[in-house]
Every structure is written in structure tokens, then in C-alpha cells.
Write a protein that binds this ligand. Structure first.
Ligand code: SF4
Length: 416
């Protein structure tokens, strides 16, 4: 059976879409995900491309297994020159977007150029178009999700989008899907923002089929049997990634107060087992995955109102939690929901806020009224908003604590 990939090349400057088929020998060498994304990126990015300029190339790629009914396959790699590191940025997301992208007929998207006005890309069963998105610019992720579904008259479209953080070129802006799943790392949401590409929307009706259906069925059955008896997978499903906090803490490896300590005195208050006993509403999953490691939490308290929302990952609880000295699980769920709403990586955001807390305590940083202090959860919430909207000290923090000044830091606007 021939193995080929369908790649949509979208030129945002000219507003054109071209479909190309990747030759089998190339696809077998770079079979999807990070390998295919890096290959496609290197085919078209010029040397020295400005990460936030029209020369940068953003690739989204899935793999030959994506969309098949087997655990763990629903992954999409996003890749571009990173505005955070200056190197090739590579970040994966889960959820249902990757499987739907393949069902819609795409193995990869290659976005080049820069649109004059905000647009979103819409792929419906192999039919592709760019649609105006000026009415969506400036809106947070939940609102955009609702508006696009209404506009297309289909609640089952899957949407990978940026929030205000991506529009405002925050160096660690994320690409969000399902509103709460992220290509979080390396600032690829800012690359989308620089291209004025608000969202990528997919819908399909032709599920991919395995080349050997009998063999595939046997593999799925065997995997399911192994998963059912594997205590590690059962534990992971029950407690999620947040379950490792207490373990890391016991080993002295829980990043605390901007890495100044390795244990956090309130770790048990924010660990996965406490989350299960307190604010967990249900477990969620990615397409066809039986593990269900996603946590859906719900909090209804004054100032911390969170409708059911996926949160409580180890990275989020670590970087907004122990790194900022905050041991309040409900507040951390609000911080996670806010970062998802603005479309921002919780790891880099938390690390940057923790750095600012320490720098301020040592008289090295003027937070311009944010009131940043280790242990003050409300100041974390204020900082998340300030960074996403680039207000006050948030404008500087949006460049991230870990990265040196870059030539692409110059002020610029993506406003329509
Ligand atoms: S539910 Fe968890 S284990 Fe399953 S694919 Fe998603 S992230 Fe991976």
C-alpha cells in the first residue's frame, strides 16, 4: 500500500492554498510528527528568518497513526523558528484536534507569509479556505471557540487557535485546542499571532484506515490488555501528571520559589491525590485514549469561579504553585484557566513570574504595582493578565525571564 502524505501549503501574504503530495520515499524517512514538521520547515525557511516576521514558517504535522482508534496517537506537532529561543521550536498537543485534522484529509499544514488582516484557515473534508477573522481578534479562547462553531454551524469542528497572548506576541504564547489543550512550548502562538492567523479549524468524515485491519485490531486488543493490568498506567489515569508532585518533593526535586529550594512545605495541598479528593469533577481524555489522564476541575467561589475546565497538570501546579510559593489548589486552577483563556504556556509564564518575585524581593525589578511576592496567589493572577495584555510590568515579562534580549523584541503591533 503506498504511503503518502497530503500537505496544505498556505501562503498568508497572497491568501492562497496549494495542496501537494509528499513522495513516499520522503514520507517513509520523515514519517509524521516532529520529523515531518522539521523537514517541511527546513524546506522553506530562509536563513536568519525573523521568528515574528513573514519569513518564518509555521508547520503543523500529524503522523500515519493519528486518527486510528488506539491510545496515545492523537498528537499534533507544531514547529517554527521560536521567538523564545531563536532555535527551531517544536511542541506537541493532544486532544481531539490531531485526529480530526487527519480525518479532514491533512497530514501537515505549512503556513508562510503574513496576512494583512486577521484570518482563520478552514479545512472541511479536503476543501480548504481562508476566512476573515477580524471579528475574532482580541477575543479570548472560549469566546472564539463558541463564535467559530456558531459561524460554521457545526459544534464538532476542532479548533487550534491563539488567544490575546499570541496576538500580543508574548514570547511564550501557546496554540490552544479544545480551549484547554496546548502546543504550549517555545512560543508558537506568537508566531501564529505575527502571521495574523487566529485559528486553524478542521472537520472531516473519512477516518483513516489501517493498512492491515486484522493486525491492527490484534494490536489494539493486546495494548488494552496490557493497560488494564499495568499498575503504572492505572495510577497515571487516576492521579494524572499531578500525581508526581509528592514524589518529586520527597526526592528533593520539586522546583520551589524560583528554584531556590527543592521541597515545598505545602506540596501535599496541591498534589494529584489532594486534587482527586477535592476539586476533581471528572477525568477527560484525548481521542481514543483509554488512559484518561486529563483532570476536569470545577470551583465556584467568589473571585475563583471556574466552570468545568481541564487543569491540574504537574507543570502548571509546579510553576504557578511551588515555584511561586502558592499552595492553594483552587487558586492554581484559576491561574491555569486564565492562562488557557489568554493562550499562554503555563510553564514559561509561571517560571517568569517566579523569577520576577525573586528579582523584586532583591530590589532588582520594579513590578509597577503588581504586588508580586512569593506565596501571594492573587499576584500570580494579576501577573498572568498583565503579561497576556502586555500591561505595565507585564510588557517586559512577556519577553520571558529565561531569554536574553532579541533583535525581534522591537515594538510592533498585529492590530487589524
Ligand atoms: S489522555 Fe493522557 S495519556 Fe491519553 S493521549 Fe491524552 S495526554 Fe496521553
Amino acid at each position: 500500500m503506498p504511503l503518502t502524505a497530503t500537505v496544505y501549503h498556505v501562503d498568508l501574504t497572497r491568501g492562497t492554498v496549494e495542496t501537494k503530495t509528499l513522495p513516499e520515499d520522503v514520507y517513509r524517512k520523515y514519517p509524521g510528527g516532529s520529523a515531518l514538521a522539521a523537514y517541511l520547515l527546513l524546506q522553506s525557511i530562509p536563513t536568519g528568518a525573523d521568528p515574528l516576521g513573514p519569513d518564518n514558517v509555521l508547520v503543523m504535522a500529524v503522523s500515519p497513526l493519528t486518527g486510528l482508534a488506539i491510545s496515545g496517537q492523537s498528537r499534533m506537532t507544531a514547529c517554527a523558528r521560536s521567538p523564545l529561543t531563536g532555535a527551531i521550536g517544536d511542541s506537541q498537543c493532544g486532544g481531539f484536534f490531531p485526529a480530526e485534522m487527519r480525518t479532514a484529509g491533512a497530514d501537515a499544514f505549512v503556513f508562510t507569509g503574513q496576512s494583512k488582516e486577521p484570518v482563520y484557515f478552514w479545512l472541511n473534508d479536503g476543501k480548504a479556505e481562508l476566512r476573515p477573522a477580524k471579528h475574532l481578534w482580541g477575543k479570548v479562547t472560549g469566546e472564539v471557540d463558541t463564535l467559530i462553531k456558531e459561524e460554521l454551524g457545526d459544534q464538532k469542528v476542532e479548533i487550534a487557535q491563539i488567544g490575546p497572548a499570541g496576538e500580543n506576541l508574548v514570547r511564550f504564547a501557546a496554540i490552544m485546542n479544545m480551549v484547554n489543550r496546548a502546543n504550549g512550548r517555545t512560543g508558537l502562538g506568537a508566531v501564529m499571532g505575527s502571521k495574523r492567523l487566529k485559528a486553524v479549524v478542521v472537520r472531516g468524515s473519512k477516518s483513516p484506515k489501517p493498512a492491515g485491519p486484522e493486525l491492527f485490531r490484534g494490536l489494539v486488543k493486546r495494548l488494552k490488555e496490557l493497560e488494564e493490568v499495568n499498575p503504572g498506567i492505572k495510577w497515571f489515569g487516576e492521579y494524572g501528571t499531578a500525581g508526581v508532585l509528592a514524589i518529586q518533593d520527597k526526592m528533593g526535586g520539586q522546583p520551589t520559589r524560583n528554584y531556590s529550594e527543592g521541597t515545598f512545605e505545602q506540596c501535599k495541598d496541591i498534589d494529584g491525590s489532594t486534587l482527586v479528593k477535592t476539586i476533581l469533577k471528572e477525568r477527560d481524555t484525548c481521542y481514543a485514549c483509554v488512559v484518561k489522564c486529563k483532570r476536569v476541575v470545577e470551583v465556584h467561589e467568589p473571585g475563583l469561579d471556574i466552570d468545568p475546565s481541564t487543569g491540574g497538570r504537574v507543570e502548571t501546579l509546579t510553576f504557578f504553585g511551588s515555584m511561586c510559593g502558592v499552595g492553594d489548589l483552587k487558586l492554581l486552577s484559576k491561574a491555569s484557566a486564565d492562562a488557557n483563556m489568554y493562550g499562554m504556556d503555563t510553564i514559561s509564564a509561571g517560571a517568569t513570574i517566579a523569577w520576577a518575585m525573586e528579582a523584586k524581593a532583591n530590589g532588582l525589578f520594579d513590578d509597577k504595582g503588581l504586588g508580586l511576592a512569593f506565596g501571594d496567589g492573587q499576584s500570580v493572577l494579576r501577573a498572568i493578565e498583565a503579561i497576556a495584555l502586555r500591561k505595565g510590568a507585564g510588557d517586559l515579562l512577556a519577553r520571558a525571564a529565561c531569554a536574553p534580549p532579541r533583535r525581534w523584541d522591537r515594538p510592533r503591533s498585529t492590530s487589524p
